[in-house]
Design a protein around this ligand. Structure first.
Ligand SMILES: Nc1nc2c(c(=O)[nH]1)N[C@H]1C(S)=C(S)[C@@H](COP(=O)(O)OP(=O)(O)OC[C@H]3O[C@@H](n4cnc5c(=O)[nH]c(N)nc54)[C@H](O)[C@@H]3O)O[C@H]1N2
Ligand SMILES: Nc1nc2c(c(=O)[nH]1)N[C@H]1C(S)=C(S)[C@@H](COP(=O)(O)OP(=O)(O)OC[C@H]3O[C@@H](n4cnc5c(=O)[nH]c(N)nc54)[C@H](O)[C@@H]3O)O[C@H]1N2
Ligand SMILES: [Mo]
Length: 759
């Protein structure tokens, strides 16, 4: 079945169904190559990228296969490396020439474009500039300030790039100092998975490995944009399709990567062969409509089983699940008219899905931010698990639930203790290993960090990478609140907006990137990452550092920790920072099952698997079984839309990595030149009396005493469902109320914001 049969194309809207990958993907890389003028060694670096002897890409978290492609990198991975290895430098002279006040007028793109940070910097409030300082001064001052603060008022944030070794030490430092305030970017991203998937399956991460994708006969895709956000995954999908696996996609946007794909690795396909169609069925669900869509699918599966029998895996349900009867009853009671209205999909389309689902023996459910970033995001995931459980599609070869993680080591950070949830960490063991009593009280999520900065209960913040105040919801409120901090330390590679809101004492500390050589007292060091499929991969950087003054993240953490904590004979910061194999020994001692023979297995081709209980049908849930969940609502949004309101989904382009804006082309959606655009469907434009290219603003429809209005956006007709508009992240973050988050995990509801259009 060709994908075009499924959704009729309109002439009056922007859509780009050109293939993802291919020549244009290479052209897009060469554009960044030209702009950043990286050293010639970068080509060699790309050659080694994601291969056993090289460094693991800092872009997405998709797995690195044991038999890598000739070039095991994608357009975005190449861009990320080139962006890191630019020849531009953001030096003390740059900061002498530009005050913080002036830099706030720069765009996100221009801030990072200034180049790699080269020296440790301290903010000088009197002049309003960052000025160079020594590492000794930075460590001594930060240590003295931390000692003076109540540890419970301090937050150690991590963006998901720092390695497993770095993350272990960072979490240990936090607990030795006295808090569990260890949120990471996952709290804005897949925390819904960590909490919601865990609740129903016992697993806080996906249950699939690569071989499952080689054995499945159907993949259901919910709200994950592979072509833009995890392009190497397209190879896996293409191969699956070529061997007859079917793909069904649920997404309000027709994302080109999920429509068809050209493999840039295959010169033959780029010159003569037609591209591979990816999705058999592409359903443009309404934002927040997945609960209803999944209810429709589950209802129909149950109906067919009632009619003919043999559809449900009754033995599995009886032995492995809980709450089936209540769930089945709730599906029987849910009416089709409600399902169609809430999902925006027809009963006929949903029945087509069921027909394919019931014919497929092995099904994988893939999802991304389209499910997690909603007020009822955890329920979205529970509904997807309901569907999988009906036919025993978890814990068998070729089946499973596969959340696609974002940052390259965000999953690994959680595995080794970066979490605000103390119950997820073996605290007794850590206490014994290092001779102390770790704090047991719950730490802060990212949302709770901002609440704390706003009400004064958070006074100190260390950011290990990331652009926290700009990436979080209500970013305008967060950014100005940041200036109230007593202590604000940012460890970074490039300048970003969070750095422009220093607190009373502030440092900006530059670190190595993963592709650079990390030379310590015992020689060059390796680190490791965990991919979306729970494999641990070693990584070695070989490039010359951007500046001789840079330190590794581990050296920076050790430097601050030594100045903060009392000496402890079991805590050997210098030895650990001098030899990362010692840190891996500690990790193995703490987590012996997952990290057995860690140092020996570091460079296993394809990584080594850390195991997953749910994959073996051992359910680490409260009931000891996989849970069916009867939905209490059918809409993932907070409230129904009023007459003049729309649901805003915030989108990523394929020319950005989160708040890092490489350029202004959203090639895979056929949108070029500007990020200040509002995507809306032409029927809605007529209804609202809007003309293409007209300038409008968005205003948040939540009335809570805060006014939230966007900058002017150009109206752009685009193929979207009714009552829905799209615009880019992070520009739209000032519109999103902080209180607007998944109810269980507090992941911000970035994909379901009620807005009005101001003309
Ligand atoms: N190039 C690039 N790669 C990246 C990133 C990047 O910014 N740029 N970011 C990285 C990070 S940290 C992450 S977490 C991942 C994010 O990767 P994804 O999980 O793909 O996240 P998004 O692009 O935010 O949104 C995914 C899709 O959800 C759809 N969507 C929106 N609302 C709904 C809904 O209600 N239901 C459904 N079914 N779909 C919906 C959107 O149309 C979009 O196609 O990518 C990682 N990789
Ligand atoms: N509206 C809306 N908001 C969102 C989202 C959305 O879909 N919509 N997505 C959310 C998601 S999924 C995420 S993960 C967050 C992202 O939030 P963050 O992870 O906090 O943000 P990034 O933009 O990834 O951080 C970029 C900065 O990291 C620093 N950096 C880069 N590499 C390194 C390194 O190797 N070491 C160190 N120390 N620093 C480094 C650079 O200084 C760079 O400026 O945003 C969230 N915000
Ligand atoms: Mo993310």
């Amino acid at each position: 079945m060709a994908e075009d049969d499924q959704t009729s194309q309109r002439e009056d809207v922007e859509h780009y169904d050109g293939a993802a990958g291919g020549w244009r993907s290479l052209a897009s890389v060469s554009h960044v190559f030209g702009e950043e003028r990286p050293a010639p060694a970068v080509l060699q670096t790309l050659w080694r990228q994601n291969k056993p002897e090289g460094h693991m890409c800092t872009s997405c978290a998709w797995t690195k296969p044991s038999k890598p492609h000739l070039f095991e990198f994608c357009e975005n991975g190449a861009k990320a490396t080139i962006w890191d290895l630019t020849s531009d430098r953001c030096t003390p002279e740059f900061f002498a020439a530009h005050s913080i006040r002036e830099l706030r007028g720069w765009s996100d793109h221009d801030l990072e474009k200034a180049g790699r940070l080269t020296h440790p910097l301290r903010y000088d409030a009197a002049s309003g500039h960052y000025a160079p300082c020594s590492w000794e001064e930075a460590f001594a001052t930060i240590g003295a300030r931390l000692k003076a603060l109540d540890p419970k008022s301090v937050v150690f944030y991590a963006s998901g790039r720092a390695s497993i070794e770095t993350s272990y030490l960072y979490a240990l430092f936090a607990r030795l100092y006295g808090h569990n305030n260890l949120p990471d970017s996952s709290n804005m991203c897949h925390e819904t998975t960590s909490v919601g998937l865990k609740k129903v399956t016992g697993s806080s991460v996906g249950t699939c490995v690569l071989s499952d994708f080689e054995a499945c006969d159907l993949i259901l895709f919910f709200g994950q944009n592979t072509g833009t956000n995890s392009p190497r995954f397209l190879h896996t999908l293409q191969q699956a399709v070529q061997r007859g696996c079917r793909i069904i996609t649920f997404n309000p946007v027709r994302e080109a990567g999920l429509v068809r794909f050209v493999n840039p690795q295959s010169p033959l396909q780029m010159t003569v062969k037609p591209s591979t169609p990816i999705s058999d069925l592409y359903l443009q669900v309404r934002p927040g409509g997945d609960i209803a869509a999944l209810a429709g699918i589950c209802k129909r599966v149950l109906e067919i089983d009632g009619d003919t029998g043999g559809v449900l895996d009754r033995a599995f349900i009886a032995q492995h699940t809980n709450n089936f009867e209540e769930f089945a009853a709730s599906m029987r009671e849910t009416g089709w008219s409600q399902i169609e209205a809430e999902s925006g999909l027809s009963r006929e389309n949903l029945e087509q899905v069921v027909e394919i689902y019931c014919r497929s023996e092995r099904v994988i459910c893939v999802y991304g931010m389209g499910l997690t970033q909603h007020v009822h995001g955890s329920l979205n995931i529970a509904m997807l698990v309901n569907l999988a459980l009906l036919r025993g599609n978890i814990g068998r070869e070729g089946t499973g639930v596969s959340p696609v993680r974002g940052h390259s080591n965000v999953q690994g950070q959680r595995t080794v203790g970066i979490t605000e949830k103390p119950e997820l960490v073996p605290l007794d063991k850590i206490g014994r290993m290092f001779g102390f009593d770790p704090p047991r009280d719950k730490g802060r999520t990212t949302v709770e960090v901002v609440e704390g900065v706003l009400d004064g209960s958070v006074q100190g913040f260390i950011g290990l990478g990331g652009n926290f105040a700009h990436a979080i919801s209500d970013s305008a409120r967060a950014e100005s609140a940041w200036e109230r901090l007593e202590l604000n330390v940012q460890v970074a590679t490039k300048l970003n907006r969070t750095h422009l809101h220093p607190g009373r004492t502030s440092f900006l500390l530059p670190c190595l990137v993963r592709s650079e050589e990390d030379m310590q007292s015992t020689g060059p060091q390796a680190v490791s990452m965990e991919c979306s499929l729970s494999h641990i991969h070693g990584s070695v950087g070989k490039n010359q550092p951007a500046s001789p003054a840079l330190l590794s993240e581990i050296a920076i953490i050790a430097g601050i920790a030594k100045e903060t904590l009392q000496p402890n004979p079991r805590v050997a910061w210098d030895e650990w920072a001098g030899d990362y194999a010692r840190i891996r020994d500690l990790i193995e001692e703490t987590y012996p099952e997952e990290f057995r023979d860690f140092n020996k297995r570091l460079f296993t081709p394809g990584g080594f698997y850390r195991g997953n209980a749910a994959r073996e049908r051992k359910w680490e849930t409260e009931s000891g079984k996989a849970e069916f969940t009867a939905p209490h609502v059918l809409r993932a949004l907070k409230e129904p839309l009023r007459e003049d309101e729309y649901t805003l989904i915030t989108l990523r382009s394929n020319d950005q990595f989160n708040t890092t804006i490489y350029g202004f082309s959203d090639r895979l959606r056929g949108l070029e030149g500007s990020r200040d655009i509002l995507l809306i469907n032409p029927d809605e434009m007529r209804r609202a009396n809007l003309a293409a290219n007209q300038a409008v603003r968005l205003v948040c429809a939540v009335e809570d005493g805060h006014e939230r209005i966007s900058h002017p956006l150009k109206v752009t007709p685009f193929d979207l469902p009714a009552r829905c508009v799209g615009a880019y992240y992070p520009e739209m973050n000032p519109l999103i109320p902080l209180e607007h988050h998944d109810l269980l995990s507090k992941t911000p509801a970035y994909k379901g914001v009620p807005v009005r259009i101001l003309i």
